[in-house]
Design a binder for this molecule. Structure first.
Ligand code: FAD
Length: 423
């Protein structure tokens, strides 16, 4: 795959109101200026307007990591085990996100999505998806036959499908920047270029040492994505689960072939993996993306294939869960390596759903890196995970659909913080 480190939003957009200096003291410090850290900050300030709060973000801009490198799909909540946090927070979060976008004039499109089964061996899994979707109260799910698929996606083929009209697309960086503006308007401080390097909890405060000195906060909430495990361990948490980075590269259809896909075409995923498989998705800027791959990466910020960080590799290899995962998933790993290395193989995988697709129709786009929690026993942790240490809360696993669910996750985290810390 190409090594483009380019974001779907193309030219970088600056967030107005970012501060360059963190406060030395505050009531609550949030570490991480991705969509979750900003959503949590916004939710806290809406409940406690007098609170002094800062968001400390390592990069110069917000939304630079997972929030800025993803499929941009507002998931409806079909896939997730009924009763799980993912199921509940995705369905609520998607509804709230559409309302938020309406209020703030953020462009989105509820374009709908089709999950396509191409052979009989997938039908039972499609039934299960329909059952889950209905149990999760996803609105408007409809079963499709081959003709029904064609009516919605004239270039797609399959023997059966599931249509979710509630699924949509949005720019998550635009949403995150809008959250950052809400935080600044509510009196919070969002600081860029401020990497938290050490954490220590005392009887009254938690001390965050960072590139500008230190901030003493009454409490801290860590929403650090791919670096969540390191900061949690620094604050005294259990090292289980560890984050392993999975690189997800995308291709894009050349503009003259965009007619091959109207909205979102997804495969029937392997229910034992937390990834949804290679999909063809319309992006809010008009691009049609194909991807993402799912390749174990050599760095937690491996936006190019060549980026290798020995410390990140050491952390992955030193984790017993990694070896248990390799033993279980080596065949899937080989397929993913082929998709990452041989563009023709990747295009063939997507052409299973859109047979007219040819190698000449695509060009490299960008890559994202999933922060996926891996348990000591080798399990890829499926659900969202939140945990606590002295004076701190940690978001330990927030992969897809956490961007969709951001407003609902923020409520969940702030409820937890108010119970734990009497805020
Ligand atoms: C390829 C891919 C496709 C996806 N597709 C979708 C999708 O279609 N729909 C969906 O809902 N979700 C999708 N997701 C998931 C979604 O992007 C994430 O769940 C979401 O962005 C997580 O937000 P976050 O704020 O936790 O993480 P991030 O956006 O990664 O933010 C974490 C932030 O913490 C900062 N940070 C880390 N360490 C420190 C430190 N020491 N000091 C200060 N700051 C620090 C980082 O710089 C970063 O900005 C996808 C993810 C990927 C990778």
């Amino acid at each position: 795959m190409g090594s483009a480190d380019e974001r779907p939003g193309q030219a970088p957009v600056l967030t107005p109101g970012l501060a360059s200096q963190p406060p030395t003291r505050c009531d609550v410090a949030i570490v991480g200026g991705g969509i979750l850290g900003l959503a949590v900050a916004r939710e806290l300030l809406s409940r406690k307007p007098d609170m002094s709060l800062c968001v400390l973000e390592r990069e110069q801009e917000v939304a630079t990591h997972q929030t800025g490198h993803n499929s941009g799909v507002v998931h409806a909540g079909i896939y997730y085990t009924p009763g799980s946090l993912k199921a509940r927070l995705c369905v609520q979060g998607a509804r709230e996100l559409y309302e938020y976008c309406n209020e703030r004039g953020i462009p989105y499109e509820q374009c709908g999505k089709v999950i396509v089964a191409t052979d009989a061996s997938e039908l039972q899994r499609l039934d299960e998806l329909e059952r889950r979707g209905k149990a999760n109260r996803v609105q408007g799910l409809v079963r499709l036959d081959a003709q029904g698929i064609r009516a919605l996606e004239p270039h797609a083929v399959g023997i059966a499908g599931l249509h979710s009209p509630a699924t949509g697309i949005v720019s998550f960086p635009a949403v995150a920047r809008s959250y950052a503006q809400d935080v600044a308007q509510a009196g919070g401080t969002v600081v860029g270029g401020c990497e938290v390097q050490a954490v220590s909890a005392g009887p009254r405060t938690v001390r965050l040492e960072h590139s500008h000195g230190a901030t003493e906060a009454g409490h801290a909430i860590f929403c650090a994505g791919a670096w969540a495990d390191r900061l949690a361990v620094a604050a005294g948490a259990d090292p289980d689960p560890r984050i392993v980075p999975f690189r997800g590269a995308y291709l894009r259809l050349s503009p003259e072939r965009r007619d091959l896909v109207r909205s979102l075409i997804y495969p029937v995923p392997d229910p034992t993996l937390p990834f949804l498989g290679v999909h063809l998705t319309k992006h809010i800027d008009g691009d049609i993306l194909i991807g993402p791959t799912a390749l174990l990466a050599g760095a937690r910020d491996a936006y190019s294939l060549a980026r290798i960080r020995p410390g990140d590799i050491r952390d992955t290899l030193a984790w017993p869960g990694s070896w248990r995962m390799f033993a279980r998933w080596w065949r899937t790993g080989i397929t993913e390596m082929r998709h990452a290395a041989v563009r023709a193989a990747f295009v063939r995988a997507a052409a299973r759903y859109v047979p007219e697709l040819r190698l000449r129709d695509v060009e490299p786009a960008f890559a994202g890196v999933r922060a996926q929690a891996l348990a000591r026993d080798g399990r890829l942790v499926d659900d969202f995970v939140f945990s606590a240490t002295d004076r701190a809360l940690h978001v330990r696993n927030a992969p897809s659909p956490a961007a969709t669910s951001s407003l609902a996750i923020a409520r969940h985290v702030v409820d937890h913080a108010q119970r734990a810390f009497d805020l």
